[in-house]
Design a protein around this ligand. Sequence first.
Ligand SMILES: Cc1cc2nc3c(=O)[nH]c(=O)nc-3n(C[C@H](O)[C@H](O)[C@H](O)COP(=O)(O)OP(=O)(O)OC[C@H]3O[C@@H](n4cnc5c(N)ncnc54)[C@H](O)[C@@H]3O)c2cc1C
Length: 491
Amino acid sequence: MQNFHLTLADISPTSASQMFISTDGVFNSRARVLGGGSSINAGFYTRASASYIKKVGWNDELVNESYPWIEKQIVHKPDFGPWQRAIRDSLLEIGVSPFNGFTYDHLYGTKVGGTIFDRSGRRHTAAELLATANPQKLHVLVHATVQKIEFDTSGKIPRAVGVMFKDENGNTHKATLSKIPESEIIVSSGAIGSPQLLLLSGIGPKKDLQKMNISVVVDNKYVGKGMSDNPLNTIFVPISNRTVKQSLIQTVGITKQGVYIEASCGYGQSTDSIHCDHGIASAEIGQLSTIPPKQRTLEAIHEYRRTKRNLPHEAFKGGFILEKIAKPLSKGEITLANTNIDDNPSITFNYFSHPADVAKCVKGIRMVEKLVRSKHFAEYTQYDQGMVEKLLNMSVKANVNLIPRHTNDTESLEQFCKDTVITIWHYHGGCHVGKVVSRDYRVIGVEGLRVVDGSTFNVSPGTNPQATVMMLGRYMGVKILRERLGKGAGV
Ligand SMILES: Cc1cc2nc3c(=O)[nH]c(=O)nc-3n(C[C@H](O)[C@H](O)[C@H](O)COP(=O)(O)OP(=O)(O)OC[C@H]3O[C@@H](n4cnc5c(N)ncnc54)[C@H](O)[C@@H]3O)c2cc1C
């Protein structure tokens, strides 16, 4: 858990994470490893709300069987420290109530959620769920990158028949479906990977495909469209007078104002300031929130790394209050930059292009200010004004944002939101239900192909999505098996 940011900062070709910078200028990461995001993420585990499940149209009973299937295997109760406790009590004091205790459920108020890190800080990932499979019927290829899906176009409707993939030595192979009519390909390459793979396989807007000399299998203008990333803004609270234990996300406030308040706490174990970090908000991973997005560059990260050793330890001691916008209305898109699947496509999220998102952020920052000024919070920090003044003067160098000075000025808060936007990596969309896939996740216009992952979401579920992405995997797996059994086919 302590090394969370190190994986994301590793930009070597063998890293488990692949950095991308959206055209907005925000640095981001995507998983490139078995287990997907669950192998590199911050671990917080929390379900979607009952109303979300109803709206999407999932079967309640199967949903309620599928979440616990995950939880029993890889989810833990967090080791709850003073920082997270202070945030919990302060959220309640400012009215983000009731307190719902430790729960996976999505309920208005304040709660403590689950985590895929165990008490010794060891990560448990979606890859572990494979342990329940029948090893006689499963082949896992960990270094296989699918280049494209292949179709038989001789019939009325194109039918997926296999995939072409490359191994770690760059050799090309084919995996072909058996002739059993129920055989199909299920793509789970995530919100960036799945639309990219469909586009490279000839499913997407005809004009864009032709520009890349890709033969059109299905002309669908919606592939890669409607992408969103929930904007995140953070406030750093220096804690100058006590030991701060590192934690990722544990406490959340689910507000009625359309924002989620979460908290993380940064400070490495090392006494060497080079190794101190801010965890989720580490500048090393491009969360350069004190520089407006368009000015964030790899050089800016290098510059930060160079000057980091000169920063006092106090700059790293403290916690972050995270403010995430639920259901952003700002939308973007993915388009191919080239035909190499290993390269990132061109990704745009258009953060804060919709005024409603800006208005939510302003409300959220005002709530954070209230929280920081609450009695419980003051009791916890025992605020040392001298140290705060010192930090205020160096917050830009330390790449942390303290509470904006003029929170009553809406215009400058709006600018603060736009200038300090970073990501919480909850990007979704690109293969929306009803547009790219049907309600049973079959790709529209072809046979034998489904997409089951976060690319199908219109709205990111819960305060954080991984529980529901994993649940959906189990849910659809059971559903498909039941359908096949219903038809009398072998499984
Ligand atoms: C740094 C980070 C922190 C996060 N923190 C949290 C958190 O604390 N809590 C939470 O709930 N959510 C968190 N998330 C979000 C969550 O992890 C993702 O929403 C979730 O993993 C998305 O699942 P997915 O299956 O849609 O895609 P992914 O998890 O991205 O999985 C896609 C998989 O497909 C593989 N792939 C892609 N293309 C190909 C190809 N062509 N051939 C073969 N394989 C391919 C990739 O290697 C990857 O394994 C975080 C995400 C990140 C990146």
